[in-house]
Design a protein around this ligand. Sequence first.
Ligand code: 3SL
Length: 245
Amino acid sequence: MKLFVYHTPELTPTDSVPDCAIAIDVLRATSTIATALAAGAEAVQVFSDMDKLMYVSEQWPHEKRLRAGERGGAKVAGCDLGNSPLDCTPELVQGKRLFISTTNGTRSLQRVQNAASVLAGAFINRKAVVEYILAKQPETVWIVGSGWEGSFSLEDTACAGAIAHSLQSATGTPLDEFAGNDEVIAASALYLQWKDELLQLMHHASHGKRLLRLNCHEDLKYCVQTDILDVLPIQKELGVFVKNG
Ligand code: 3SL
């Protein structure tokens, strides 16, 4: 297996696709997607374009849909929800399809949508992601951070490192042997430096600071918890994610 880390969707190669792609947006899109599916949502359908989300969701039965929209950290007017995973309670999402568009996370999921398998990863479901890779043994794996509008983000790369580190520990293989690019080594080092203080790391991260200014302290605390959800969002058709298994 060869593992590649790309800090942003813009940095992914455009002339190839991997056997497995894991899109990460710790703050907060992939944390929200995993939480919604764990809470019983029928599926999560992702859109980079808000108008398209409105158009497609309009065709869905009203009582079976929820629209979530975020731009700049804030809820988009006309949507039922913003992008807080804490809003995805079983009472609200059970049996419904969540139609979601966010600034960066849904864009990175769409960027890798042609990979043979596409997963949504975060700290909260890191173990489920790692178990899938260990079971399926894909030859090439890309971990793609969402960043912020084309720039690097600490939290996504740290999560990529958490996945790489866990794969290394589970297989006993030296990182050098499965690292396909230098970013894997860097991500793993970042994670190891901060693994016991992930909340602190979020306070250093520019997007963490943005969310703190929007009073999203509880979201940060929730999103840094590691391995708390045994749920793996996997793409079943273009842009539509369901619980694996
Ligand atoms: O960038 C994104 O896709 C979002 O997850 C950003 S936010 O955390 O909802 O502000």
